[in-house]
Design a protein around this ligand. Structure first.
Ligand code: F3S
Length: 67
């Protein structure tokens, strides 16, 4: 499984991540990225990697979680 971490100090609401992976990441009321789920299946890794790499502020980090 994969967990998405957003560094709220770095996120500036560019929303590239939301455009790349709208089923995985949304913006909250403060225009900060937020993962829509706590954990995502490994099959989402490519979408999530693309989303993380799309962020100009390097605010998204992915964590592999063993279950
Ligand atoms: Fe924030 Fe980067 Fe997404 S700045 S809204 S995590 S593209």
């Amino acid at each position: 499984m994969i967990r998405v971490h957003v560094d709220l100090g770095l996120c500036q609401g560019f929303a590239n991540c939301v455009m790349v992976a709208p089923e995985h990441i949304d913006l909250d009321e403060n225009n900060k990225a937020v993962a829509v789920n706590d954990l995502f299946p490994d099959s989402d890794l490519s979408d999530l990697t693309e989303a993380a790499e799309s962020c100009p502020a390097f605010a998204i980090r992915l964590e592999r979680v063993e279950q």
